[in-house]
Design a protein around this ligand. Structure first.
Ligand code: ATP
Ligand code: MG
Length: 503
């Protein structure tokens, strides 16, 4: 194994070699650092390449036309055709951290040593300084003993762990990620300091926490449960995801032993690593169980769970679209198919859940089953429901856009004023067609619409009268004709009709 000061020959990608060469020609000290050197030393191919340099960011941007200056920390991303992107970061020397979240000031440092001293863990604080780039020759710079720690399988904070976690609480979360991903044990003093400072993670921004959690969830080499169990042992899980931590000790009667937290972690493990958000949904799908347990049942836990998952997703600053998707998955994960479902029931299921959610909902159910110890995760008619859904989607209209009439037909043919009543009638027509697809022809739908409009006291006006009556007629009518059976496209409310939970 190599040591500090040893020469190491690296097969550098051309893009990385060219970046280092250009900085050196321009007279700036530059070295490979961070994850890339850590990976090289431990014999794995780096995923991304990080370079640290004495050149200030403006200078780096100038040296590499077309590069992008990504953040206020002075990281410039250099794009080279056909090569991996190279992240070039100016040596840093940080001012004091006042709030445990970000340095009060960041000044560009002068030396590689200064830069390495402000990095989080010894294994991430190793550098490779090029000597002869053409031959890929360089020297390892390892002032904090990162190589030995890698060798002994230890994750250790650079310098005084108490001080480092006090500066930036995110490092504690990163500790769980690196320990799990690299298979390292957290050094005792470092782990003690994390436990002592865990509560400070509550002050972190949701975005920073989200990004670290998603990186844990996209680990392809280790199951995410390893990282999350570590978070729990370090006292971080209850700070970051209290609703998930609350599942510890909540009993379950599943074929597999363990409590509701074990089950949730196994569910995330059973989902694919290239879908970190789906794994997050797997983690959170049962969060409603902690508060709904009564007499051995969790009645309504998917409703409570959707509420809790939404709150968690909001804290983590998920996008609106991601949040809506997460809430719907949790809300609908308890669907229980039986072969006696009519085609209309299948259509209503699709309609309630949303066509766009079906693939993910099925993937979640398969993982949920696997994590419950169900011998065949596709059991309980899942495949049958799948094929019935495909048949129904191919055969019958499921959305308003697929109806044989549209809003313009209702105004032109039924004589309705444009307004909310038109939308309401289209919704009711769709409901009727979901029950009976053969209705989806122009004539019967127009007849139905005319009948409902007459019942509501609207429609059959002449065009000019319509224009005068305008919204007033439509609004008044909509209030009386409201269809209690219509289901909003993103159901969340507990009042809604629900599937019965599987036994
Ligand atoms: P990965 O392969 O997961 O990207 P990495 O080591 O490259 O691993 P990054 O999060 O990309 O991890 O960070 C790059 C480097 O920047 C780290 O190796 C570490 O030296 C340093 N670093 C990143 N975040 C912090 C932090 N919050 N505090 C101190 N150093 C940090
Ligand atoms: Mg990286």
């Amino acid at each position: 194994m190599v040591r500090d000061g040893d020469q190491l020959i690296i097969g550098l990608p051309d893009a990385v070699r060219a970046t280092l060469a250009r900085l050196a020609e321009a007279g700036h000290d530059a070295a490979l650092v961070g994850g890339s050197v850590r990976d090289l030393v431990s014999g794995t191919l780096p995923q991304d390449w990080d370079v640290a340099t004495a050149a200030p960011p403006e200078r780096v941007a100038q040296l590499f036309p077309g590069s992008t200056w990504t953040n206020r920390f002075g990281t410039v991303t250099v794009h080279v055709d056909g090569g991996p992107d190279v992240q070039v970061t100016t040596f840093r020397f940080e001012g004091p951290y006042l709030d445990g979240r970000r340095p009060a000031s960041v000044a560009w440092g002068q030396s590689l040593d200064e830069d390495l001293a402000r990095r989080d863990f010894t294994v991430n604080a190793i550098a490779w300084r090029p000597m002869d780039l053409a031959r890929g020759e360089g020297v390892l710079v390892d002032p904090h003993g990162g190589i030995a720690d890698l060798q002994h399988g230890v994750l250790r904070a650079v310098g005084d762990p108490e001080a480092r976690f006090g500066e930036d609480a995110l490092r504690m979360v990163r500790a769980a990620r690196f320990a799990s991903r690299l298979g390292l044990d957290i050094d005792a003093a470092t782990a003690r300091a994390i436990r002592a400072h865990a509560a400070a993670a509550a002050e972190l921004s949701g975005e920073r926490i989200r990004d670290e959690l998603l990186r844990m969830l996209e680990d392809a080499a280790r199951p995410p449960s390893a990282a999350f169990e570590l978070l729990e042992r370090l006292g971080l899980l209850e700070v970051l995801l209290p609703e998930l931590a609350a599942l510890r000790g909540v009993p379950q009667s599943k074929a597999l032993a363990g409590d509701a937290l074990d089950h949730s972690l196994r569910t995330a493990d059973a989902l694919p690593p290239d879908r970190p958000l789906l794994r997050l949904a797997g983690l959170l799908h049962d969060v409603g169980k902690a508060t709904t347990l009564a007499d051995g049942h969790f009645i309504g836990h998917e409703v409570e769970g959707a509420r809790l998952a939404e709150a968690a997703g909001e804290r983590l600053r998920l996008s609106r679209a991601e949040l809506g998707w997460l809430v719907r998955l949790v809300r609908h994960h308890m669907f229980a198919y039986t072969p006696d479902w009519t085609d209309a029931a299948v259509r209503r299921f699709i309609r309630r859940v949303g066509v766009d959610l079906l693939d993910d909902l099925f993937a979640l159910r398969v993982a949920d089953n696997a994590a419950s110890g169900v011998p065949d995760p596709h059991a309980a008619g899942l495949d049958e429901l799948r094929s019935r859904i495909e048949a129904v989607i191919a055969d019958s209209p499921l959305t308003q856009g697929q109806l044989a009439v549209d809003g313009r037909d209702l105004t032109a043919e039924v004589g309705l004023a444009p307004g909310p009543l038109v939308g309401e009638l289209l919704r009711r027509l769709l409901e009727a067609v979901l029950d009976e697809p053969s209705l989806n022809r122009r004539e019967p739908l127009l007849a139905l619409a005319a009948q409902w409009a007459a019942e509501a006291g609207a429609g059959a006006h002449h065009a000019d009268a319509r224009a005068q009556a305008g919204e007033a007629v439509a609004d008044g009518a909509a209030a009386t004709i409201g269809d209690p059976g219509a289901v909003p496209s993103r159901p969340r409310s507990p009042a809604q009709k629900e599937e019965s939970p599987p036994s």
